[in-house]
Design a protein around this ligand. Sequence first.
Ligand code: 4AD
Ligand code: MG
Length: 477
Amino acid sequence: MKAAKIKTLLETSELDQSYAVQGWVKTFRANRFIALNDGSSLKNLQCVVSFEQLEDTLLKRITTGAALHLEGTLVESQGEGQKVELQVEKIRVLGDSDPEKYPIQPKKHSLEFLREKAHLRIRTTTFAAVMRVRSALSFAVHKFFQQEGFYYVNTPIITGSDAEGAGEMFRVSTLDIKNPPLNEEGNPDYKKDFFGKETNLTVSGQLEAESYALGLGEVYTFGPTFRAENSNTTRHLAEFWMIEPEMAFYDLTDNMNLAEKFITYVLKEVLKDCAEDLEFLDERLAKEDQSKPQAERSPMRLIEKIKFVIENDFKRVSYTEAYEILRNSKPNKKKKFQFLINEWGVDLQSEHERYLVEKHFKCPVILFDYPANIKAFYMRRNEDEKTVRAMDILFPGIGEIVGGSQREERLEVLEKRIQEMNIDAEELWWYLDLRRFGSVPHSGFGLGFERLVQFTTGMNNIRDVIPFPRTPQNAAF
Ligand code: 4AD
Ligand code: MG
């Protein structure tokens, strides 16, 4: 008999029919009730075995973590807590599990402990819920852009350029690091390396996406990006996934409108598609909140927060306005900020972003027109010569979730900027070509996918929303 998914059995299957299911044992109570889960649903299927059916040897093999194939009849449940249950007629153990050694016991484990068991943590209710939401979100991302007429492009993972100019790249090389060939200056000779030049893992697909937007019109990437920044925070990964739409003929306002519409759409989709998982995560977060001091508790529950973002417009504020708000804010005057705001042009830290979003505006905020000298070389310069057409979207509990801009489409302005910032123009010859042949105003942004998953699931640490996190000093699994 072909096994059915537990989700199907719980939601739509007819009673008093025979079914097969397979999954992993969550718990086995009273030598009678197996709670089986196959990943298809938050809920387990209660499978009832009768004593007489079980030889002692088989009984011992039904333990938390073991994999089973069961056949039986689906009936209305006698007990409380579930509508249906499987009256088991046949049991096959597909994979034994040593109950003494299996790390995922039927009790609450800390997230830190589970991070060390990342290969098994997906068997917990919380991680399964988070990863189902993650999957639904990524599908919603594609659905949105496909419906809007965007083309999905795959930009290279190995590149020679540093799009963000922050120098935080992982080198890609096949040279023998103990004994590299040297050039005349005594440095490693990358001409002899695999690609005949220095290469690294990409920090962003934007530059290549720009090339494609200036031909296909509206495109998006959705792929892994890599940053060798030594940030040990709950918001940073060394390997993360980014969604980067890039659109010809869009100015900054069009760009902001798209970003807002996009985020609202994907959140609506998961509210619809992952209702059960989100309710569980909502409850989980509320419980966690209860154990915190009053001042640190969230003013809204998870689902409420998602709905709030869907229903309310994002507040659009220029850097200069935000600067004034921050400069005059209580924590700044009382020197509560770690980085005080006292000079126009300073970069905003996450404490400032969170103040704006969580304390001042109390809603998602789009900051735009940032000082040129704290932003990347490719952003379009404003008339004032001091600011660029940048925009960051800031979210409650997360801080920056999106970074984007209108791009500098004027060749001379871009060339000048590249020179001022001491960027290797040679590496960007093709990017400059885009400004030589049919250049048009265009814009785009990058959304950090894990930060979106964090917001949607309420998980506090970014390491808990990607299957196998890569962070400084950690690339296990
Ligand atoms: O602001 P960033 O650096 O922008 C870019 O890379 C642009 N090229 C995007 C574009 O315009 N096409 O990064 C974009 C987003 C951030 O807002 C943040 O959400 C996420 O990527 N991000 C990270 N997420 C996890 N770990 C990190 N280390 C991240 N760095 C950035
Ligand atoms: Mg940014």
